[in-house]
Design a protein around this ligand. Structure first.
Ligand code: FAD
Length: 484
């Protein structure tokens, strides 16, 4: 963006910023700053002279007033679990990191009105637990939920395993409190499902990755809590079979279908090799597996009287799948502990790839029906580009969201393989665009995909995004160099 250059914070500006949060909440020592400057995948290591940990919306507002007048760039940070480098400052050391972790109060829960107001630094797990305590469900669910924060979830419009039934973070957010770049506070925390009074300003900040303002609180939607689940692990002969199984499941189970995740046999091999005591729940070895879950709102004890058709719908679906050769084998979890074991296979998948050396990642989406073609063409492309590299495509089938990750060839040199990250991304993303998909389904753009966004996004959309950025952040202090 064409802003006049920003300034490194002067010692006088640092003193003013430290005074706002108090010495105890201003981190200036390199060793103490380290956790704020590296990210989960070790791809980016940033520098800063100052990490600030404000404890209130007012303190955030005072910080941005100083930053805006002194032309100092700021990088908002939540739980630091983002996967595209948006929360890490650049290596120049000129940016100030603002950690929202201390804004961690649940301000209000209205279980009857199906909403709660959380501050930005509340962890996702804490938000889920609070909803649960009031017999309600907050359905956002990510493997990083113990660490990621509501502000970060909103800033990245996080997805996860609950999107199929409940939508992504955007659909779960009713309103926001945001500190704008000039320090003014835009408050719209009303729990309204309908509000057609002009532009939807909250929506602009959802998925904005810290480039438009700092989210300090949010009104989140709550849902009736399912009382029990049925979970199956299904071995499938092909992706085409999975596509048909998904169609059958979404038709017969409708709203009750709350998860439809898929993973390849290579993922099971990695899990069994690297995680002690973990085993696939089915005996049959098949090329693909599906983790399928339905949720019931009624008590299991009354289930048979209330909705007899539902209890059998799940079993009928799975039996039909075997008959029609959409499934080779099926295991239905017999207890909650078995359900947990099934889910563990899915949740450990991101982590376990680390033990197989370098892994080049993609978080893409294509129309659901196009997933088989995308993976088949993608695998052929990868074999040509990096012979022997091992694709591990998995993810949220029902959302069209594939984590198209490629593990290095066995025994290859890790850094030589990872050096090809951009080249491999470019080839895969070209295929995604050709097939009408998106180069970022749920992780965002951050720093990692900024250059690629220019190639893949409609120029008019990019122009409009830049106009919005300029209008809301004319000095350009909000997380510069990320997204745009
Ligand atoms: P951070 O990483 O701290 O920040 C992310 C971005 O948001 C940055 O650009 C930052 O500047 C901005 N930001 C943070 N807080 C604020 C705020 N209060 N105001 C304004 N901007 C802010 N993501 C998914 O969508 N689906 C998944 O299934 C999923 N699984 C994951 C599994 C693992 C093991 C890991 C490590 C990550 C996973 N992620 C997933 C990615 C990540 O957890 C999400 O993007 C999450 O929403 C980031 O939240 P955070 O609090 O960690 O944000």
């Amino acid at each position: 963006m064409d802003h006049p250059p920003l300034n490194a914070p002067s010692s006088e500006a640092i003193a003013r910023l430290v005074k706002i949060v108090g010495q105890a909440n201003a981190i200036t020592e390199a060793a103490d700053q380290a956790p704020y400057l590296t990210e989960w995948r070790d791809r980016y290591v940033g520098r800063t002279s100052l990490v600030l940990r404000p404890g209130s919306t007012d303190e955030v507002s005072q910080i941005l007033k100083v930053a805006n007048t002194e032309r100092i760039a700021v990088v908002p940070q939540g739980g630091n679990t983002g996967l595209v480098g948006g929360q890490i400052p650049f290596e120049t050391g000129k940016e100030v990191v603002i950690s929202l972790s201390r804004l961690n109060r649940i301000r209000h829960v209205d279980s009857g009105g199906d909403h709660m107001v959380c501050e930005a630094g509340v962890t996702l797990a804490q938000a889920q637990a609070t909803a649960d305590e009031t017999n309600r469900l907050f359905p956002l669910s990510l493997a990083s939920e113990g660490t990621c924060q509501i502000g970060g979830n909103i800033a990245t419009n996080a997805g996860g395993t609950g999107v199929l039934a409940y939508g992504n973070t955007r659909q779960l957010t009713l309103g926001l409190e945001i500190v704008l770049a000039d320090g003014s506070v835009l408050t719209n925390l009303k729990p309204l499902k309908k509000d057609n009074t002009g532009y939807d300003l909250s929506n602009l900040f959802i998925g904005s990755e810290g480039t438009l303002g700092i989210i300090t609180a949010a009104t989140l939607k709550l849902f009736p809590k399912p009382l029990w689940h049925e979970t199956a692990f299904v071995a499938c002969p092909s992706l085409e079979a999975i596509a048909k199984l998904y169609q059958a499941a979404s038709t017969s189970l409708a709203q009750q279908l709350t998860a439809f995740e898929f993973l390849p046999t290579r993922a099971i091999q990695f899990l069994e090799k690297h995680v002690e005591k973990i085993r696939a729940p089915v005996e049959t070895t098949s090329p693909w597996y599906v983790l399928l879950e339905i949720s019931h709102l009624s008590d299991p004890a009354t289930q048979s009287q209330e909705t007899p058709e539902t209890a059998s719908a799940f079993e009928t679906l799975l039996a039909d799948a075997i008959d029609q050769r959409l499934a080779d084998d099926v295991a239905i979890a017999a207890s909650q502990s078995q359900q947990k074991d099934f889910w563990q296979l899915r949740e450990l998948l991101s982590e376990v790839q680390k033990f197989e050396g370098g892994s080049i990642k993609h978080d893409i989406s294509v129309p659901v029906h196009a997933i088989p073609e995308f993976i088949s063409r993608g695998n052929a492309l990868i074999e040509k580009l990096c012979p022997g590299a091992r694709p591990v495509p998995f993810g949220h089938f029902g959302d069209g969201n594939v984590h198209y990750n490629i593990s290095q060839p066995a025994n290859a040199d890790k850094s030589a393989f990872l050096d090809r990250w951009e080249e491999v991304n470019a080839a895969v993303h070209a295929l995604v665009t050709e097939m009408g998909g998106s180069i970022s389904a749920e992780h965002g753009i951050g720093r990692m995909k900024r250059e690629e966004l220019v190639e893949h996004k409609d120029p008019i959309a990019l122009h409009t995004m830049r106009a919005i950025k300029n209008a809301l952040d004319p000095v350009g202090i909000m997380n510069p160099g990320k997204v745009l």
